[in-house]
Design a protein around this ligand. Structure first.
Ligand SMILES: [Zn+2]
Length: 422
C-alpha cells in the first residue's frame, strides 16, 4: 500500500541515499567515503554531490589529509539548506516549531487551545501561529519543505485525518492535513503524536545499536512509538503502538474495557492524584468528573491545569521522599516496566525510551525503578543489554518529531518512501 505524501522530493533515490550518509556523519564525509558507504560509483557520487551543493543541501567542511596525494574535501549537511515546521496538536496546548535541516529548533511558539473552539477555529489559530513562527525565525519561506502535524490518535494516516480522538472531543473526522495545507500553502504530513515523537528521537540520533526501540510517550494518555531497525513502525493505518489496555498487574483502577489494572487507566494524572488523596498524601479539590478533562471548555481547561499542578506536587513529594507518594509512583513505574518488558520481549528491541509532557516529573522515579526490572526481566537479557533512558529531544519531542516527519519524508531513504510515485 502506498503512503500518501505530497512533499516535493529532493531528487532520485540515490541522491537521498547520499544525503542520508552525509547526514549521519556530523563532522563531514569525503566523496570517496560516501562512495564506499553507499556502494555507488565515484562518478555517480561526484554528480550527486555537485547537485546537493548547488541545491544548498550540503556544504564543504574543510579538507581531510590522507597521506600523499590531494587532500579530500569533506561534505556535511547545510543546516540552513532547508527547514521544516512541526505542529504538536495537544488537547491542552498547541506547540509550533521551525527546525533546520539538522532537526534543531530555530524558532518556537505555543498557545493554549482556545476554550470552546471547534476544529475549524483551532486550525485557524494553528495557521496563524505557523505564520508568526516563520516570521520569528526569519527563514526564507522558499526553503521550508513542509509542515508536519503530530495529533492525538486514532488517525487515518492515508487520508491525513484525525478520527474521533478521545482526547479531542468534537473532532469526529477532521481532515487536518488538507485543511492546514489550504490555510498555510505548505505541503502537510500528519502522524499520531507517539509516532512523531519516535521519529524525532530517531532523527536526533537517539536510537543506536540495531536501531530498535520502544518509545513510551507519557501525556494525557500513554502510547508507544515502535522503532524497528531504524524505521518507525506505523501499522496498517498509522495507529500502531496502543498500549492503554495492557494489563500490568493485579488490582488497579477499573477500566471502561471491563478489566482492572490497564496501563492507560492506572497512569493518568487524575487517577494518580485521586490515589494520592486516598493514601493521605494531600488534598486537592478535584471533584469534577473524568469526562470533563477532555471537554473543549474554559471550565475543563481550568480543571486540566489543576490536575497538572496537583500531579506535579505529588511527583515533587515522591522525589522528596514522602513514603506514600513515593510508593504510589513506584507502583506506576513497576507497571510501566511490566509493559516495557512485554514489548521488549515481543519485539526484541535494545532500548526503552521515555518522553512526553509528564516525563520530567516522573524521570527520577522511573530511572530508579524501571531499568533493573526491564533488564532483569527481558527474555533476551543473556544475549544483549536493554538500555532504559529518557528522550534526547526534551519536552517538545512531539512538536520536534512533527517537523522531523517532514525531514524524514523528504530526505531519508525509508522503505515507505521507495513506494512513492513521482
Ligand atoms: Zn482497559
Amino acid at each position: 500500500m502506498r503512503r500518501g505524501s505530497n512533499l516535493p522530493r529532493v531528487g532520485d533515490y540515490n541522491q537521498v541515499v547520499v544525503l542520508e550518509a552525509i547526514r549521519r556523519h556530523a563532522t563531514g564525509l569525503s566523496r570517496v567515503e560516501v562512495a564506499v558507504l553507499t556502494g555507488l560509483s565515484a562518478q555517480t557520487v561526484s554528480n550527486i554531490c555537485r547537485r546537493l551543493l548547488e541545491q544548498g543541501l550540503v556544504e564543504e567542511a574543510g579538507k581531510q589529509g590522507v597521506g600523499p596525494g590531494k587532500p579530500r574535501t569533506l561534505l556535511r549537511l547545510a543546516p540552513q539548506g532547508r527547514y521544516a515546521i512541526g505542529v504538536h496538536l495537544d488537547p491542552a496546548v498547541v506547540t509550533v516549531v521551525v527546525l533546520d535541516l539538522l532537526g534543531h529548533v530555530v524558532a518556537r511558539r505555543d498557545h493554549p487551545l482556545r476554550p470552546g473552539a471547534g476544529p475549524g477555529q483551532v486550525l485557524a489559530d494553528v495557521a496563524r501561529d505557523v505564520e508568526a513562527v516563520i516570521a520569528d525565525s526569519g527563514v526564507d519561506r522558499e526553503r521550508i519543505v513542509g509542515l508536519g502535524v503530530a495529533a492525538p490518535g486514532p488517525v487515518d494516516s492515508a487520508a491525513g485525518a484525525v478520527v474521533h480522538p478521545p482526547n479531542l472531543p468534537g473532532w469526529d473526522r477532521v481532515d487536518v492535513r488538507d485543511l492546514l495545507a489550504h490555510a498555510t500553502g505548505l505541503p502537510v504530513v500528519l502522524d499520531k503524536d507517539v509516532v512523531a515523537a519516535a521519529v524525532g528521537e530517531v532523527w536526533a540520533g537517539g536510537v543506536g545499536g540495531t536501531g530498535s526501540a520502544v518509545f513510551f510517550y507519557l501525556g494525557t494518555g500513554v502510547g508507544t512509538g515502535l522503532v524497528l531497525r531504524g524505521e518507525v513502525y506505523r501499522g496498517a493505518s498509522g495507529n500502531a503502538g496502543e498500549v492503554g489496555h495492557l494489563v500490568t498487574g493485579r488490582g488497579g483502577a477499573e477500566c471502561p474495557c471491563g478489566l482492572a489494572g490497564c496501563l492507560g487507566e492506572t497512569s493518568g494524572p487524575l487517577h494518580l492524584v485521586r490515589e494520592a488523596e486516598r493514601l493521605g498524601v494531600g488534598h486537592w479539590d478535584l471533584d469534577a468528573g473524568d469526562d470533563l478533562l477532555g471537554q473543549p471548555t474554559a471550565v475543563a481547561a481550568e480543571h486540566r491545569a489543576s490536575v497538572a499542578s496537583a500531579f506535579a506536587e505529588v511527583c515533587a513529594l515522591a522525589d522528596a521522599g514522602h513514603p506514600q507518594a513515593r510508593s504510589l509512583l513506584d507502583d506506576l513505574a513497576s507497571r510501566m516496566a511490566k509493559a516495557a518488558t512485554d514489548l521488549v520481549d515481543m519485539l526484541d528491541v535494545e532500548q526503552v525510551v521515555f518522553g512526553g509532557p509528564l516525563w520530567s516529573r516522573l524521570e527520577r522515579t522511573f530511572l530508579r525503578v524501571v531499568p533493573p526490572l526491564v533488564t532483569g526481566g527481558a527474555v533476551s537479557r543473556a544475549i544483549h543489554p536493554v538500555e532504559v533512558r529518557g528522550t534526547l529531544v526534551g519536552a517538545d519531542v512531539a512538536a520536534v518529531g512533527a517537523g522531523c516527519l517532514v525531514l524524514e519524508d523528504a530526505f531519508s531513504p525509508r522503505s515507505a518512501t521507495l513506494l512513492l510515485e513521482h
